[in-house]
Design a protein around this ligand. Structure first.
Ligand SMILES: [Zn+2]
Length: 386
């Protein structure tokens, strides 16, 4: 097992409620270090992942590696978090004293595969002098409200600024999105006209959602295409956005990303496999008596109903790709082979090559202690299915 050291020069990357992510691009390129702020320790998460998640859908999940933290590391990581927290969070100053101790698991952490990274390691982007990332939230991104899309698009442009006009070498989009319940709830009535997501959206917001997530795995190509179009359409500028000026993509970009994603999902089975593992729960929470232990199929399905898909679409400027391949002539294993090995599908559009792949993340074990809340929601939803 690797030991993570202070001398690896870690930096803050991102954080959520239960985890904090650090990066060390020179020592651990293509990886992020995930440390626990609360919840089950990393060893337990790793065990769950290896024993339960990987056997079910291993091809499509980001790789995890359990690592030991050297003795001073937790204190060091705490300092990194403290420094980060002193900055303004959500528009207000937050004192570090509010969080006296960030790291709950001081012995172990997880190295996780950084989606959207290995395509940038040796490609034309290694020639880039600047990388600019824009994070765009979907117009209706109130994930907490239940009815929202809650999608995020990260767009990174790698440029070379040596000349007077910057040259774009490579651009990369990462769509972050929760497909939610692709398989119907076993507790939904037989004559339901709405899927679980649409019923929840209607219940929480009083409105029909913009599109049906279950359409993403429909056998009807047109329904799938329209659902994908809705996702990317939510990143184009829209006057109905409440937070004033926000970054967006152009309608032409949205159309291109929609087509590439539709083409990718025609060839990659990731969403159908996600649906299949969700459908292993045939009972649903309402079929369990109050004192009956929740089945493994049910808890696993809850994990997969909350998965996030990271879809990466990378594009090399074709002239740069030629330069790069002639520069790489000594290396017999061509770029395409390398892409295939890391799970990319190569899509060709008018001579332009796009590399597309998808991974599932956020596959954490769900705690049975939440069963009352799950049952309450499911009971409320019964009247929203039709
Ligand atoms: Zn639906």
């Amino acid at each position: 097992m690797k030991t993570i050291k202070v001398s690896d020069n870690w930096k803050f990357f991102a954080q959520g409620n239960a985890n904090i992510l650090l990066e060390s691009p020179h020592k651990y390129s293509g990886k992020l270090l995930r440390l626990k702020k609360k919840g089950p320790p990393s060893t337990q998460i790793f065990q769950f992942y290896e024993q339960k998640v990987v056997p079910l859908i291993g091809n499509f999940v980001a790789k995890l590696e359990l690592v030991r933290l050297e003795s001073q590391f937790a204190a060091y990581a705490n300092l990194i978090c403290e420094e980060h927290s002193r900055g303004p969070i959500a528009g207000q100053e937050v004192s570090a004293q509010i969080y006296p101790d960030f790291i709950s698991d001081k012995e172990y952490g997880l190295l996780i595969e950084r989606v959207g990274h290995d395509s940038t390691e040796n490609g034309p982007s290694s020639l880039a002098t600047t990388a600019t990332t824009t994070t765009i939230k979907s117009a209706d991104s109130q994930e907490g409200a239940g009815g929202g899309l809650g999608a995020v698009l990260h767009k990174t442009v790698y440029q070379m600024n040596d000349s007077r006009d910057p040259v774009t070498l490579y651009s990369n989009y990462i769509l972050e999105f929760k497909p939610k319940w692709l398989a119907p709830s076993p507790n939904a009535p037989g004559d339901a006209v709405r899927c679980r997501n649409c019923a929840l959206g209607l219940y929480r917001t009083g409105k029909e959602p913009a599109f049906c997530r279950a359409d993403l795995t429909s056998s009807n190509y047109n329904l799938r295409f329209q659902a994908i179009k809705c996702i990317f359409g939510s990143f184009t500028a829209d006057e109905s956005r409440s937070e004033g000026v926000v970054s967006s993509i152009t309608t032409a970009e949205a159309a291109l990303l929609t087509e590439l994603t539709a083409q990718f999902l025609d060839q990659c089975d990731i969403l159908n496999q996600l649906k299949t593992v969700q459908a292993r729960d045939t009972r649903g929470i309402l079929d369990y008596g109050p004192d009956e232990e929740l089945g493994d199929e049910f808890l696993m399905a809850m994990t997969f109903r909350d998965a996030t898909i990271l879809l990466e679409i990378a594009h090399y400027d074709s002239s740069m790709t030629e330069t790069q391949s002639s520069a790489n002539n000594n290396n017999d294993s061509g770029k395409d082979t390398e892409k295939t090995e890391s799970g990319y599908l190569t899509l060709d559009r008018g001579g332009d090559k796009y590399y597309v792949r998808a991974k599932l993340v956020d596959l954490d074990m769900k705690q049975a202690s939440r069963r009352d809340r799950w049952a309450k929601t499911e009971r409320e939803l019964l009247k929203y299915y039709k």
